[in-house]
Design a protein around this ligand. Structure first.
Ligand SMILES: NC(=O)c1ccc[n+]([C@@H]2O[C@H](COP(=O)([O-])OP(=O)(O)OC[C@H]3O[C@@H](n4cnc5c(N)ncnc54)[C@H](O)[C@@H]3O)[C@@H](O)[C@H]2O)c1
Length: 243
């Protein structure tokens, strides 16, 4: 028996693929929106015995996100949760951050959750049930140079979520944020390898965070059990920042 479908953006790779695996193990079918093909994620989800749907979707496109929502609602209804995980994090000084880079980061990281929420919230409201989980980053609370666009975007994600929660709680829909610390993914290691040497030592749990360390929080936020938690941000970083 399926518990319904969870939509995850950016789950063709990285942390999102681990969210897909855990949520499939929890009993949800999974739908993935990513600019990359999600064949590896399909294998992971089907190995858990759950159904899978994916499409190549750019979360910055209103047309693309609306078409995806219609396709998912037709193929795997009902959508019970949306995890806005797709994100980009170019490593650039403020001086080297041109306006095109700034707009691209804001577009993927903030417009993306906005557009995906626009696309999936009406169905959740109509059914009087839904869970929206947005992904920020603990860099928002840290002294982290070379990330102005990224940290601005993640502040936007937190602000968007807090404000959105106030408008949808009466319809049985919650909105929360997971803010991971530095996590072991191929993309992040490609951006800055050195940071893995010193940052984990500053955590209360002083080891590199693996994607598996994050999935339990997303599982909870997508579950019925989190029904009275909304507008919140959960730092999941081995205890480096304290909110
Ligand atoms: N890795 C870390 O250390 C870390 C720490 C804190 C927060 N995060 C956040 O976690 C999320 C995932 O990070 P990751 O390290 O797994 O990244 P990743 O690069 O491994 O995966 C990101 C996915 O998003 C997809 N994507 C990019 N642009 C897209 C677009 N316009 N439309 C649809 N899909 C798009 C990519 O194809 C990729 O599959 C991001 O929001 C990131 O900011 C990561």
């Amino acid at each position: 028996m399926s518990k319904g479908t969870v939509v995850i953006t950016g789950a063709a790779n990285g942390i999102g693929q681990f969210y897909a695996k855990r949520l499939a193990a929890d009993g949800f079918d999974i739908a993935v929106a990513d600019v990359a093909e999600a064949d590896a994620t399909r294998a992971v989800v089907e190995a858990e015995g759950r159904k899978f749907f994916s499409a190549v979707v750019d979360v910055t496109s209103p047309d693309s996100t609306l078409r995806f929502a219609a396709a998912v609602e037709a193929a795997l209804p009902p959508v019970v949760a949306l995890v806005n995980n797709a994100g980009i994090y170019p490593w650039k000084s403020f001086e080297d951050t041109d306006f095109a880079t700034w707009k691209k980061v804001l577009s993927v990281n903030v417009d993306g959750p906005f557009l995906m929420t626009k696309a999936f919230l009406p169905g959740m409201r109509a059914r009087k049930y839904g869970r929206i989980v947005n992904v920020a980053s603990t860099t928002f609370w840290l002294n982290a140079p070379q990330m102005t666009a990224y940290i601005a975007s993640k502040g936007g994600v937190i602000g968007f979520t807090r404000a959105l929660a106030s408008e949808i709680g009466g319809d049985g829909v919650t909105a929360n944020v997971i803010a991971p610390g530095l996590t072991n993914t191929a993309t992040m290691r490609g951006v800055n390898q050195d940071i893995y040497e010193y940052l984990p030592k500053q955590q209360a749990i002083p080891r590199v965070i693996e994607p598996e360390d994050l999935v339990g929080v997303v599982s909870f936020l997508c579950s019925k059990d989190s029904g009275f938690v909304t507008g919140q941000t959960i730092a999941t970083d081995g205890g480096q920042v304290r909110l």
